[in-house]
Structures are given as C-alpha cells and as structure tokens.
Ligand binder design. Structure first.
Ligand code: SF4
Ligand code: SF4
Length: 528
C-alpha cells in the first residue's frame, strides 16, 4: 500500500499549455484588427482550431466539397488527431486538452472549498443518469442543423465560444446565458457542460466502449475502499468494475493507483489488468502527458511542416469534381472574407459587374476591394429590412449569373440592379425575374446611398470613410477624424463625459444596442 503521490502536476501542465495556446490564438485574432499579428498562429480563430468544427462539417464536405463557413483544414486534421488519441486512450482530449473542461475544473475548485464532500453530489442519481444522455440529443441536433443550414449553429449557444470571445462583440446573448449557467453549475457539479451538454464529449465518449488503453481494476488486490468512486469527477462507480467502459470517462487518471487508489498496481489506464508485471503496459501521468503532447502537439507541428495546417481560407473556392460543372469553382464556397477581386480571379465574373449588381462604387480600384461581408453592414443600414443582403447574396448572384446551381438561404435578398443585370444578360428569364423580384431590395433605401458612390475609393482597411467602427472604437477616434461632439451626442442621445470610452461600452452602459449606433455613426462617417 502507498500514500497518495499526486502526479496530477503533469496533467495540470498539459492543461495549462493548451489553455494558454487557445487564449493566444483568440487574442491574436482580435489584435489582427489593429495590425498586431503573432507568428505561427496568424489568421487563426477559435473556430479554425476546434476539432468539433471538423465533425460538423463532414456532411457539408461530402455533399459539396466545401467546409462550413469559418471551418478550415486545421479543424479537420485536428478532428482526426483527436480521434486517433481517443481510439488509443479514450476521451483524453476532454480530460487533458479542452480548455473549457479545464475552466470548469478551476471553477469547481471553489465549489469543493465551499461544499466539501457534498460537492458534485447534489443531483439525485436517477435524474443525473438520465441527464447524461442529453448531450447525445445536442450532438444529433448540432449535426443535423449544421448540415441543413451550412452554418455553425452551435456557436450561438456555445459557452466555450462565449468564454474565449466575450470581449469581441461577436458573442450572442444566448452564448453569455449558457456561459453564466455553466459557471454557476460548476460551483455545485464537476464539469457540468461535459456531463450534460457537450456534443463533442458525447461523440468522443463512445470510444470508451472500444479504446485500447482503458481504466482497469485488479479485483484481487482491490480493498474496496471506494476512494476511486469518490474522486471521479464524472461520478463513475469504478470500485465494482474490472474495466471502466462508462461513456463519461475522460481519462483524467484521478482514480488510479498513481493518484487516489491506495494500492499499487491495482487501478490503472492499462492495456491489461494491472499487476506489478503489467506496469509496463500502463499509461501513467507522465506517459499520458507525453502521449497527448506527441499526438496533438506533434501532429499539429507535423501538419505545419507539411504546409497542411491551414487556419484561414485560401481564397480559392472548392471546385466541382464531377458532373456538368466539373472543374468549375463552386459559388457555395465564396466566403465573407473574399474580395470582389478574389471572386473575379476564381469565377467568370468581373469585380465591376459585382459592384454594379450591389449598387457600389464601380471604379476599378474600389470595386476590387469590396469584401462580400461588407454588404451586411452596407445594407444593414436599411431599416426594417426583412432578410439580408450579404455573403449569401453574392453566392446567389454569382451562381445565377454563371448558371451554376446553388440553393440560397430563404432570407437572402438581392438588390434590384442585380436582378436587372441577370435579366439583361439573359442569365434568367422573365418568369424567374418576377419570382426573384419578391426577394429584391432597392439600394436607394440605404441612407446617403448616392453620396456614398461619390466617395473616393476606400482602402483595404476602411469601408467608405477613414474609419471603420469596431468594438474598440472610442469617441476620441471619432473626434480625431473631424466629427463634432455635439453631433455624436445627438446621435447617441446622451451627453458623453468621457471621450476615451469605447462606443460599445458606452452603449452597453446606457442600455443601447451598439449595432444600431454603430451603423448610424458609420453612415455619418461615410458621408463626411
Ligand atoms: S477518475 Fe478515472 S474513471 Fe473517472 S473520469 Fe477520471 S479516469 Fe475516468
Ligand atoms: S481506490 Fe483502488 S483499492 Fe479502493 S476501491 Fe478503488 S480500485 Fe479498489
């Protein structure tokens, strides 16, 4: 028998490495807006390095050859690496790598201090047992909805996304609500999101049924003390099993003889039933740390060396592989970050035609610089717009113009000049024109539209004026480009005492919708 040696430190170090890495990726993504880039992780975002993104995009990839928006090759390869690690050692990704699991553990430490032994034992066993299958419903819902909508539906509710993006202004209120619920629950229950809601944990949990290394108990040396049951964060009853096949095990090793089990070589993550002789087949803390760093970290390093680790769009859309359109670029893969010039380079359509279709400045320099996603903001200025003019409108227009099939979202609108171009170029007939008319919008509804077209062509970093309002834009920035405080105050409807404050923070403080005021102020700048 031995004393608790607590070699948990290896797991803590690995958890910290991945937590900091993910934080740096997200920070770098935010700082890119102000021109600061971190080497190696330039262009990456949380979506781009999420292995679950690779899972939800499988259907889209098989049926269209394209990834779901914001998902890139990196997510796909990471999904494969995590799957390999899970076949070998179960959901070790959940227990050692996932920063949101780590975050819940840290909150849980406070809960343990407050409630001591009662912690993680509040929910009646029967209810808890049923709740643990909830995450499979979430998994099915996410996969189906992502396949149907071709967008990352879960990010709207994802507490992990909310935690790592709370300062960006990109998190939906539902994301913040989920995060708040998980933080509160973590004070009572260990890893509540992992247990009850995580769709990726649900999927990886299935590998517990067939993994190569699993938690195994030697019943002949076990003294039935129950320490392993008490320490398990996932409340698994280990002391009466020879092999733990529970779908919730996360390979954290807390229960093992190296940590809580008081008898040497009795409970291990092992290929065989633990004995002193079988020690060599066990994955202890140290070996597990090396394994995780080798498979996940080493895998990423290898992919980088081979040039396969891509965290941003290559600006080259996927091509149709077979059928009538084989070899042609697929409009479905046009991303919001594509400029009209990128689209011109990949499709038989000029930036000038695109600018005409969307009623923008058609001078060559300006037309080429517009990004597909710029349309959301430009047309978002129209009040009570039922639908959206944005990236999907560009996809729809390009597909109709070139006669390539594409099914646009129901809410996608086209500006009236786009319809006229399609009819005049015989891309659509009169009947199709009339049908599309019901989902068209007049650009004249955009405030200051005619003045907008008289503007000098914008640079890559500006929209129309010299400043694009973002979450970090302060009132001082507006004053610097020549706006008067009285006009800003008139728009905001409040006196502004501190001009160094960001517009976003000010709006939140006053209970205003930042997006509404952002559009109004941007229009003012654009029309200066
Ligand atoms: S304590 Fe043991 S059984 Fe429980 S999750 Fe961790 S490794 Fe699995
Ligand atoms: S902690 Fe070890 S000795 Fe105690 S019940 Fe679990 S396996 Fe048996």
């Amino acid at each position: 028998m031995k004393m608790n040696s607590n070699k948990n430190i290896f797991r803590t170090i690995v958890q910290l490495i991945f937590f900091v890495l993910v934080f740096l990726v997200v920070l770098s993504h935010s700082l890119e807006e102000v021109g600061i880039v971190f080497p190696l992780i330039e262009g990456a975002s949380l979506h781009a390095i999420c292995p679950f993104g690779g899972v939800v995009t499988i259907y889209q990839f098989i049926t269209t050859g394209a990834f779901v928006q914001k998902i890139h090759e990196a997510s796909f390869y990471l999904m494969i690496l995590v799957f390999i690690s899970a076949i070998i050692a179960g959901p070790i990704f959940c227990g050692w790598v996932c920063p949101f699991g780590t975050f819940q553990e840290w909150i849980g430490k406070i809960g343990k201090k407050i409630f001591n032994k009662k912690y993680n034992n509040f929910i009646p066993k029967k209810i808890d047992f049923l709740l643990r299958y909830l995450r499979y419903f979430v998994l099915v819902w996410v996969i189906v909805m992502t396949a149907v909508s071709a967008t990352l539906v879960f990010s709207t509710y994802d507490p992990y996304y909310a935690l790592f993006n709370f300062w960006t202004g990109e998190v939906a209120i539902t994301g913040f609500i989920s995060l708040g619920i998980i933080i509160i629950l973590s004070l009572f229950v260990e890893r509540p999101f992992c247990k009850y809601a995580c769709p990726y944990g649900a999927l990886l949990g299935l590998t517990n049924l067939f993994r190569i290394f699993s938690i195994k108990r030697n019943s002949s040396t076990c003294i039935s003390c129950g320490h392993c049951d008490n320490v398990c964060p996932m409340n698994i009853e280990i002391s009466n099993k020879d092999i733990v096949k529970n779908h919730q095990c996360i390979s954290c090793l807390k229960c093992t003889s190296e940590n809580k089990c008081p008898v040497d070589a009795t409970l291990q993550l092992n290929m065989k039933i633990p004995t002193k002789e079988n020690n060599k087949f066990a994955l202890n803390y140290k070996k597990s740390a090396i394994f995780v760093l080798l498979v996940i970290g080493g895998g990423i390093f290898l992919l980088m060396s081979l040039g396969l680790w891509k965290t941003e769009s290559s600006k080259v859309p996927i091509k149709f592989e077979s059928g009538e359109f084989a070899g042609l670029a697929n409009p479905a893969d046009i991303r919001g970050s594509y400029t009209f010039e990128d689209i011109e380079n990949n499709f038989e359509i000029t930036a000038d035609i695109l600018a005409q279709a969307f009623a923008l400045d058609t001078s060559e320099k300006a037309a080429q610089l517009y990004k597909a996603k710029d349309l959301e903001m430009i047309y978002g200025a129209i009040e009570n717009l039922e639908g959206e003019v944005g990236t999907d409108s560009v996809r729809l227009f390009v597909s109709l113009y070139l006669g390539i099939p594409y099914e646009a979202e129901e809410t996608t609108l086209l500006p009236s000049p786009a319809l006229n171009i399609l009819r005049d170029s015989s891309a659509i007939n009169e009947e199709e024109f009339q049908i599309l008319k019901s989902r068209s919008i007049s650009p004249s509804l955009i405030d200051g539209h005619s003045e907008m077209l008289d503007q000098e062509p914008h640079s890559d970093t500006t929209l129309y004026g010299e400043l694009e309002i973002k979450g970090k834009t302060t009132f001082d920035d507006l004053l610097d480009i020549g706006l008067e405080m009285s006009i800003i105050e008139e728009i905001m409807g409040f006196k502004i005492d501190n001009s160094s404050k960001t517009i976003r923070d000010f709006a939140i403080e006053k209970g205003l919708e930042f997006s509404d005021y952002k559009i109004e102020l941007q229009n003012l700048i654009n029309n200066m």
